[in-house]
Design a protein. Structure first.
Lengths: 285, 294
């Protein structure tokens, strides 16, 4: 009787292990596969890309697709534009959001709730509702096809996330810390940047990563506000390799790897920060 | 001291308020106003003509609008339902102390980090009927005999868009649900198993009620984000075949910038806004709990 029991427990454990392994392969494989496939395709020559049925490995590894990415369009310029716009958006969102979060969570200003409610409704607002007036406004201000125009638009959409997320960080700094510093004669402003800012720095860092990735991936505003080559971003650029007559898949696969790899590296290096950012900023708080 | 601090608070909040007024409040009012006019790029010289609610009446006879609304709503319901169910299963597994947890969590971030426009192009190539990997895999598994022309027929194109969206957003959903699961105290499970509750009972009686607020807010944000789907259809189908996967956002953009019909485009934008608002009202309780924490 005893023996049978331990045996069935062992069997159960074994089955569980196999089920888990299957899940693991299915889950991780399913999630990663499209990216891996794209990666392999980017090194294939024309013959491999359009072979019927498709072959998994490239018969010869070629860099021609990557050369084409930069020869057919000024992709290096697009990369620079995307980088600058994402950095400016990040700096703006974090600094403006940081000030607002401090005001909301640590001072007695009136209308806090209304302000937070307005921010919350921005996240619920479809960008399509504001796109044309913003386009007209940028046109009148001569901010179309500039770094600042697009960065400002992106900042506005990212502000709610930044403020919601950062205000929980600001709240977690104990009041006594600030009070004792003030008793020692520090001014309010000094308290802000000498005592509170260093304590919320990890939060600022997480928000920066999240805003940067969103800004880099932005398509709708980038397409409408920066249509000209000179300030075009990578997400818009990649859609322009295809014409009505040809779809150069090799080039597009290579371009998508060029766009995505910086992000994947960021994700791999900072995954803990990003996950905590998504978890706290999304809904938890 | 507090007064002085409040003064600083007001100064600190000014940049945000300016940004919101200029880039959100004014554009929303402007769009609503524009939706009451007949204004086209082609006849810009003649100026705009006030037409009242004519644009809104036109919606009812606009087949393209009705088709795109139908597609967008259907897509939203199906995609978010799948994302939530699959995301829940993933989250439950990720919540267990299992080997390879780090790999799973990193893998989960990959689809999230890839720009939607890039993932759309990626899937477009995978769906290609002869060169595509999807048909190859399906035929190798003997699930299909003939290759499916995924993006050429309307019904399969809709399924294709849904699959691509589920792939992109389920991982994110599972992380959000996981954040809820991690707040469930272990002691509750122990007490329940002492009372003889099985796993299924424990899930429905303990886990689900506790994580419900988190899941509901996550669903709300996913529903609204899915409802404004734009990038994915642009890259994957361009709204085709025959407008079969044309989302409301895509139709609005086309009306604005391709057809140059600014008045009617604004009307479509307002309708998208109103539907988003109605959806938010459905989730009012969840939003209230979020606001209470301010």
């Amino acid at each position: 009787m005893m023996k049978k029991n331990t045996k069935s427990i062992k069997l159960k454990k074994y089955i569980k292990g196999v089920l888990f392994a299957l899940f693991f392969i299915f889950f991780v494989g399913g999630i990663i596969f499209p990216f891996i496939w794209q990666f392999l395709n980017s090194f294939k020559n024309q013959k491999d890309l359009f072979s019927i049925p498709p072959t998994f490995w490239p018969s010869e590894w070629t860099l021609q697709n990557y050369i084409d990415v930069f020869e057919r369009q000024p992709f290096l310029l697009y990369l620079k534009n995307s980088t600058v716009i994402s950095l400016v958006s990040t700096a703006l969102s974090v600094s403006i959001g940081c000030l607002a979060s401090y005001a909301v969570s640590r001072t007695d200003i009136k209308g806090k709730k209304v302000f937070m409610l307005v921010l919350l409704s921005i996240t619920l607002l479809p960008p399509i509702t504001i796109i044309n007036p913003i386009y007209k406004m940028m046109k009148n201000l001569r901010l179309l096809n500039t770094y600042w125009g697009l960065a400002l638009a992106i900042t506005t959409t990212q502000l709610p996330m930044a403020v919601w997320f950062l205000s929980t960080f600001f709240k977690s700094v104990p009041n006594t810390l600030e009070e004792s510093a003030m008793i020692d004669g520090a001014s309010i402003f000094k308290c802000f940047y000498k005592i509170i800012m260093p304590l919320v720095a990890p939060g600022l860092f997480t928000v920066s990563i999240l805003v940067f990735i969103t800004a880099w991936n932005q398509y709708l505003f980038a397409q409408v506000l920066n249509p000209l080559k000179i300030r075009r971003t990578v997400t818009v650029g990649i859609t322009l390799y295809q014409t009505d007559y040809t779809v150069p898949w090799g080039t597009m696969c290579a371009a998508s790897i060029v766009i995505t790899v910086p992000l994947i590296i960021v994700v791999l290096l900072l995954q803990r920060k990003i996950i905590s950012g998504i978890l706290d900023g999304g809904v938890k708080e | 001291m507090q007064k002085q601090k409040a003064k600083m608070g007001y100064i600190f909040i000014i940049p945000s308020i300016v940004l919101v007024l200029v880039f959100i409040v004014y554009p929303v009012i402007n769009t609503i106003n524009m939706s009451l006019y007949d204004l086209r790029i082609q006849t810009l010289a003649e100026g705009k003509k006030f037409v009242g609610f004519d644009n809104y009446i036109k919606l009812f006879s606009d087949k393209t609008f009705i088709e795109s609304l139908k597609f967008t709503l259907m897509f939203t319901v199906v995609a978010v339902t799948l994302e939530t169910l699959i995301g829940m299963i993933f989250a439950l597994i990720m919540n267990k102390a299992i080997p390879g947890q780090g790999i799973i969590r990193t893998a989960v971030l990959v689809p999230w980090a890839i720009p939607t426009i890039v993932s759309g192009l990626m899937w477009q190539f995978m769906y290609s009927d002869q060169y595509g990997i999807i048909n190859l895999i399906l035929s190798k598994l003997h699930l299909i005999q003939d290759y499916i022309p995924w993006l050429i027929e309307k019904n399969t194109a809709i399924i294709a868009v849904i699959i691509a969206d589920v792939w992109k957003t389920t991982p994110y959903m599972s992380l959000l649900i996981l954040s809820g699961l991690q707040t469930v105290p272990e002691s509750l499970y122990e007490a329940a198993s002492l009372d003889g509750a099985n796993k299924v009972q424990r899930f429905f009686r303990i886990t689900l009620p506790i994580i419900k607020p988190v899941v509901v807010v996550a669903i709300l944000f996913r529903v609204l984000a899915t409802f404004r789907i734009y990038d994915l259809v642009v890259a994957l189908t361009s709204g085709g075949p025959a407008d079969g996967t044309q989302s409301l956002s895509l139709y609005t953009i086309k009306t604005y910038f391709n057809f140059g019909n600014l008045g009617y485009g604004a009307t479509l934008a307002v309708v998208t806004f109103i539907i988003s608002l109605l959806i938010s009202f459905l989730f009012m309780d969840a939003l209230k709990t979020k606001m209470e924490k301010v």
